[in-house]
Design a binder for this molecule. Sequence first.
Ligand code: ZN
Length: 201
Amino acid sequence: MDIVKTGRFIAEVRKERGLTQRELADALCISDKTVSKWETGRGLPEVSLMLPLCGALGISVNDLLTGERVTPSDYQKKAEENMMDLIQENAENRKRMALSVICGAITVIAVCALTVIAACLPMPAAARVALIVFAMAVAAAGIGAAAVLEVRAGHYECPHCGALFVPAMGDYVRGYHTLTKRRLRCPHCGKTGMCRHRITR
Ligand SMILES: [Zn+2]
């Protein structure tokens, strides 16, 4: 699945039908910004909008996901490819997210255990220092691994233009965040905002 190709195809069919972005958006009760986002390859239509969009454009969902009109002889093959792409992407993202949470939990437990041992058990001072340094190294490695897994699970959505993007690791680490949102700069419109993390399309 190539979202840039799908975007170009949406624009092409819309123009063939003599519709403006605004008219297509009105027919679907969405903003013309969203249509522009699709057409420039910055996001796929939400699953709930795919059928109404295809209805308005007179194409099939299979054509939409393939990014061209699929010939009858190719139809089933393309449909299966498109379906597998969607399922696989969502499954992989869920797996990465779950791994990230597990990784974070193991890190917290390990660091707490090491700290308690370093603080409570009788041992030479040098061993105590070594254990604390080790606990800090475990914390850094664990948080790093959890972050790498999370940043690769799905996309962040820009609150200004609606683009979906994967942030650079540096921006991700520096960004102030809550549980579901993170302050990031959108690579498409250049604005900074609290971007929602989306695991699935
Ligand atoms: Zn943006």
